[in-house]
Design a protein around this ligand. Structure first.
Ligand code: PLP
Length: 354
């Protein structure tokens, strides 16, 4: 079977503004210097001092006992699911969750667990929706094992679960005997946007991870945190899946650099997202959700032109945006995009719509 290309092939046109994803950032010169200078060892044996410094730091940041370094966020989600669940179990998450939409079916392919998608505004599951989804344990129903919250919600529009919503979700899940997991790919965006410490958001969650390759701008790496027993069990799956590493300190040094230098500046990405949304709201035929963080979702239905067509036309003019559905475009601000680039993007989108 042939898959649709992920991106229109327009290599002949240089990219002027890349709003495709915050994964598109390139490591900066000082980040590369930190990587080059990293002390390293055999990560698999627990002997890489830079990885150990990173995992200790993230465990403290998220207020968990222990943490493990993994190559990607997807592996964090899937190892967490493999540890929490057994074949036949049911996971509860928002219907737009990354674990449903974008991990190749891994929860059911690897853990044999089905994810039930719940409704809720902008990716946030309401307490009522979670309560309604809880089944009374019986020999007929799938055992419900895990509830997953995504902070921020990607397809929800980079939206932020208020701490009270996170706490309620965890409380209802725990009362029903479920474990709780937070997909915190962009948790630090939520922390910076709200000025609420991560620990306040992660308190009700048995496992949580953050991605270093999104807004934090590192090339490789994510860190999954939880209790000591949980992380020990994760190590078995890390080994099984081939995620046990060697001199990974080179990658972990970039993550440590990102924690030092790229967290506070996420506020700039949020300001640029707001700048983009405000300018696009002035264009006819676009309806823009007010961004809460660095993701801007654009509904283009009123233009009569599909998202894929607009995105291809933008690419021909040097602007990269992604499509998230037939009539929905996503523009993502990040480290490599400043306010002037945002204005350039707006001008290109206006030309495309004209
Ligand atoms: C990007 C992302 C992931 C996966 O992380 P990778 O590092 O790309 O594997 C998981 N969840 C959410 C919400 C994401 O945005």
């Amino acid at each position: 079977m042939a898959y649709a290309p992920l991106l229109a092939d327009t290599r002949a046109v240089p990219v002027r503004v890349n709003l495709y994803s915050d994964t598109q950032t390139k490591p900066t010169a000082p980040m590369r210097a930190a990587m080059a200078a990293a002390e390293v060892g055999d990560e698999q044996l627990g002997l890489d001092p830079t990885v150990n410094a990173l995992t200790a730091r993230v465990a403290a940041l998220l207020s968990k006992e222990k943490a493990v370094f993994l190559p990607t966020g997807t592996m964090c989600n899937e190892i967490a699911i493999l540890v929490h669940c057994r074949a036949g179990d049911e996971i509860l998450a928002h219907e737009t969750a990354h674990i449903i939409a974008a991990e190749g079916g891994a929860p059911w392919a690897l853990a044999g667990a089905r994810v039930r998608g719940l409704a809720g505004d902008r990716g946030i599951v309401s307490t009522a929706a979670l309560e309604a989804a809880i089944t009374h344990p019986s020999r007929y129903s799938a055992p419900q094992r895990l509830a997953v919250a995504e902070q921020t919600s990607n397809l929800g529009g980079g939206s932020i679960w208020p701490p009270a919503a996170l706490a309620d979700f965890a409380r209802v899940a725990k009362a029903a005997g479920l474990a709780t997991h937070m997909d915190g790919a962009r948790l630090m965006n939520a922390v910076v946007a709200t000025n609420i410490p991560a620990t306040e958001m992660t308190a009700g969650y048995d496992s949580v991870w953050i991605d270093f390759t999104k807004g934090l701008g590192a090339p490789i790496g994510a860190v999954l945190a939880g209790s000591e027993a949980f992380i020990d069990a994760c190590w078995v799956w890390k080994q099984r899946l081939g995620g046990a590493l060697r001199q990974a300190g080179i990658a972990a040094a970039a993550c440590l650099y990102a924690l030092e230098h790229h967290v506070e500046r996420l506020a700039e990405d949020h300001a640029n997202a707001a700048r983009l949304a405000a300018a696009l709201a002035g264009l006819q035929h676009f309806s823009v959700e007010t961004p809460q963080t660095n993701l801007v979702f654009i509904d283009c239905r009123a233009s009569g032109r599909r998202a894929a067509e607009i995105s291809a036309a933008c690419r021909r003019k040097g602007l990269m945006v992604s499509t998230m559905g037939e009539w929905r475009l996503r523009a993502c601000t990040h480290l490599d995009v400043d306010a002037a680039k945002i204005d350039e993007a707006v001008a290109i989108l206006a030309e495309v719509l004209a």
